[in-house]
Write a protein that binds this ligand. Structure first.
Ligand code: ATP
Length: 287
């Protein structure tokens, strides 16, 4: 089949655990993270152009539409590497909040690789796309494979694991933008007081034990982000008071998420936070 127009969903990721083991000689941090996807997604539409060009549009006024956009970089990479002489018009319907700790840009890049692979019938395997993704950012390979995974190294060494027990996820982003590079830059890896227990998170997932999962969530970057932005800590407390069973900041923040099993509880938390925060979502884990 020859596609001239392809649609791809780019879901957001959350971290159920995020640990930094040490800083490496190459300047990157050696991490250990458990990541999964939630049903909050950007939508990408890609149309083939005969002209050899990449054009990006979006309804979101606050993201770059040039070579700084990760979807643009993904399109350029695939064009260069596979010597594609055609162009693409890419429309990005942005739903994931930006600079939020939800890997929105990385997921857009992954969706672009997948979509262009179909549009231009390149026959690139998932493993090859994950390798290409590494060149675009540490979270891109995970966004290509999706599901739930343990990520090691810079985040690019992935081991697929079972899906966590199904749950509602209430996400709330306070009105601040957090730079991932800034947070990692301020982290003193050698002085971390409390490392999250990633093994406990993995065991809880293996045993499909929701309570144990909620009790073992951990993110070492909270030490930095909560100090810089106390409102993130307040938001965590607020979620807990409203009845969230497990609460954690995702990535470098500032988005905080709460896990519950019952829809009615998710609704209560969602309604309780709406007055406090503009960006609030109640979604399911993506299975
Ligand atoms: P991560 O959790 O991987 O650090 P994030 O959710 O914190 O990601 P993004 O939403 O990916 O952050 O955006 C980070 C920066 O990347 C923003 O400053 C934005 O201008 C830029 N950017 C480039 N391309 C995109 C894109 N397609 N969508 C969103 N932001 C993009």
């Amino acid at each position: 089949m020859h596609f001239v127009r392809v649609l791809e969903k780019a879901p957001a990721k959350i971290n159920l655990s995020l640990d930094v083991l040490h800083k490496r000689p190459d300047g990157f941090h050696e991490v250990e993270m458990v990541m999964t996807m939630v049903d909050l997604a950007d939508r990408l539409e890609m149309q083939e152009l005969d002209r050899d060009t990449i054009i990006i549009s979006s309804q979101a006024g606050y993201i770059p539409l040039d070579e700084k956009n990760l979807a643009f970089q993904a399109a350029k990479l695939i064009k260069d590497r596979y010597e594609v002489r055609k162009g693409v018009y890419l429309h990005l319907d942005k739903k994931i909040p930006v600079a939020a700790g939800l890997a929105g840009g990385s997921s857009d890049a992954a969706a672009t690789l997948k979509g262009l692979n179909k549009l231009w019938r390149l026959g690139i395997s998932e493993a090859e796309m994950m390798k290409l993704g590494e060149e675009l950012g540490s979270d891109v390979p995970f966004c290509v494979s999706g599901g739930t995974a343990l990520a090691q190294g810079r985040g690019e060494k992935l081991t697929k694991i079972d899906a966590p027990p199904q749950a509602w996820v209430v996400l709330a982003k306070p009105p601040i933008n957090v730079s991932t590079a800034d947070v990692y830059g301020k982290l003193r890896a050698a002085e971390i007081r409390h490392h999250p227990n990633t093994q406990a998170v993995l065991a809880a997932i293996r045993n499909k034990d929701f309570e144990a999962l909620c009790g073992s969530l951990g993110n070492v970057l909270e030490e930095v982000t909560l100090e810089l932005y106390p409102e993130v800590g307040q938001l965590k407390d607020c979620m807990r008071k409203l009845g969230a069973e497990g609460v954690l900041m995702s990535g470098s923040g500032p988005t905080v998420f709460g896990l519950v099993t019952k829809e009615i509880k998710a609704e209560r938390i969602y309604n309780g936070l709406r007055g406090f925060c503009k960006d609030v979502y109640a979604v399911r884990l993506l299975m």
